[in-house]
Design a protein around this ligand. Structure first.
Ligand SMILES: O=c1ccn([C@@H]2O[C@H](COP(=O)(O)O)[C@@H](O)[C@H]2O)c(=O)[nH]1
Length: 307
């Protein structure tokens, strides 16, 4: 099954388009997760990596009934070197066993020959002493489009080969995204609008049975007016929508991100779910479960009248 159809099947199964971002910040992880590992492994890098894995496991168990997809932002793992990346790979493995769709938010790209190495490493297989093997077990990853079409093509080719998807940054959620992305071209279009059309062309012959493209685009929840324009331009494109919760966006602003079929988007929240507990001593898993359920319900009320 193609990546976009797997994602839609999971959304339908859980009646939810919530994506939980597993972006652990060590200093915010509760003591009850850290203590037993510190006692066993000491204050080592390996111990820290084990804390990330155990924390993620707790969150995954908590959100499993209500979230079809998880997103790992690679920086929170990469910053700890090989131990951090091992924690990422192990967390992906656990997510897979629990049936989540898995997105890696790595925002990679480069000249095409280098982009191919990224694509092989994250989405495809690498040559290990003559054997072709996967290093990561992912469904899709984020990529940066600003090197142009030749930088994107290797990701698309590898993704097509292994039934994976890509999410291309289009209109990002950060406050200054407009400095470049909103500039008006001589044609009267904004930069992100021109990019949207170029990306649509790349993704148009890469649709699943659902009719949606495996080339999705990142559109920040913090820019609902841009999303309304983009939704009309790109009816067959799924949006990965970050910016909910900690960055200020709320469900009522998300209506125009979705198509009338109630599909077309997955809404990510990272800090708002994984660090939902309000005070020390409160169970972080119960707090995450409550937060994800509330988010699912709120978003369902604005997408195609689902509840
Ligand atoms: O435009 C973008 C693209 C990616 N992100 C990523 O999403 C999450 C948001 O985390 P919160 O804690 O819910 O704010 C994080 O991994 C970002 O790197 C984004 O925010 N905006």
């Amino acid at each position: 099954m193609q990546a976009i159809d797997r994602l839609i099947a999971k959304i339908e199964e859980k009646n939810s388009c919530v994506c939980v971002g597993l972006d652990p910040r060590f200093e915010r992880i509760p003591e009850e997760v850290k203590k037993p590992i510190k006692e066993k492994m000491g204050e080592t890098l390996e111990g820290l990596a084990q804390v990330l894995i155990n924390f993620n496991y707790g969150i995954l168990e908590a959100v499993e009934p209500y979230a079809p997809v998880v997103k790992f932002q690679i920086s929170f793992y990469e910053q700890y070197g090989p131990a951090g990346l091992k924690a990422l790979i192990e967390s992906c493995k656990i997510s897979r066993e629990m049936g989540f769709e898995i997105i890696l938010d790595a925002k990679r790209n480069d000249i095409s020959s280098t982009a191919k190495a990224y694509a092989d490493g994250y989405l495809g297989k690498v040559n290990l002493w003559g054997r072709e093997e996967f290093i990561y077990d992912l469904d899709s990853m984020t990529v940066n489009p600003y090197l142009g079409k030749d930088g994107l093509e290797p990701f698309i080719e590898v993704a097509q080969k292994y039934d994976k998807g890509v999410w291309v940054l289009l209109k990002t959620s950060n406050p200054s995204s407009g400095d470049l992305q909103d500039l008006t071209l001589a044609s009267g279009e904004k930069v992100y609008e021109r990019l949207a059309l170029q990306l649509q062309e790349l993704g148009t012959n890469w649709c699943g049975e659902s009719g949606y493209s495996n080339l999705g685009m990142v559109v920040g929840a913090t820019y609902p007016e841009a999303a309304a324009r983009l939704r009309k331009m790109l009816p067959r494109t799924f949006f990965l929508i970050p910016g909910y919760g900690a960055q200020g966006a709320v469900a009522a602003e998300l209506e125009h991100f979705f198509n009338p079929d109630g599909l077309g988007g997955i809404v990510n929240s990272s800090r708002g779910i994984i660090f939902a507990r309000k005070k020390d001593g409160e169970d972080y898993k119960s707090a995450a479960r409550r937060a994800v359920l509330k988010m699912k319900q709120k978003i369902n009320t604005i997408r195609g009248g689902r509840t």
